[in-house]
Design a protein. Sequence first.
Length: 232
Amino acid sequence: FAEPAAGAWLIEHYRVFSPAGRSAAVDLLAARPAWQPLLIEAVEQRRIAAADVPPVRRTLLLNHKDAAMKSRAEALFGTSATSSRQQALDAARDGLSLNPDLTRGLAVFQRECAQCHRLRGVGQEIGPPLASVRNRSPEELLIHILDPNREVGPNYVDHAVTLTDGRVLTGLVAHETETGLTLLRAQGVQDQVARRDIDEFVSTGKSLMPEGLEQRLTKQELADVIEALRSP
C-alpha cells in the first residue's frame, strides 16, 4: 500500500514489532519517497531509534535531493562515522575483561545476529561465514561488531537500486543476469528486479550489518556473544 496512512500505521505499531519486524518497517519507510519524511519525523520524535536506521539508508537520506530533507537527515545522522565508532569502541573495550557466558552469548546471537549469520545450526547464511572468526581475538571481534564498515569484503557490500516507480531497494547482489538481478537482505528476504525497471544501481560501500549495536547490547552481552563466536 502506497498511501501515507500505511506508513503512519507502521510508525504507530513500531514499538510492538520484533527486531526483524522493525528492520522491515524501517526499510519500507525509507524505500518510498512519500514515506521518507514520516521516517525522519519518527526519528526526530524518538519513536524510532536512530540506530535502527541502517547505514545504507542513512547515506541515501544524507544525500537526499530535497534540501530540507537533507538538512534534517544531517541533524540526525551527520556525526562523523569514524569518530562515533571509535568512541563506541573505546567505551565498550573494558567489557572484554568481564567473565563471559556461552549460553547467554548464544541467546544474544539468536536475538541480534541470526537474521544474517549462522552459528551452530541457527540463523541465515547471508553475511560472511563465522567459522574463520574463532581464531580472532576478542578485541578484533569487538571491532568487527561495533565498526562493521571498517573492513567489508566485496561480496558483502550493500547496494541500492532505485526503481522507475521511485522505490529504493537495498541488499547484497546474490545473483545477476543480463535481464535482472536478485537482492538479498536480512532474514533471507530476496527481491527479484528486472533491469528494465531499474533507474539507478549503485554500491553504497557499506556493510549490510548495522552500526550502533552498542546501543542495544550491554557490555556483558558483548562479552557473551564474543565468547559464543570464539567457542568451537
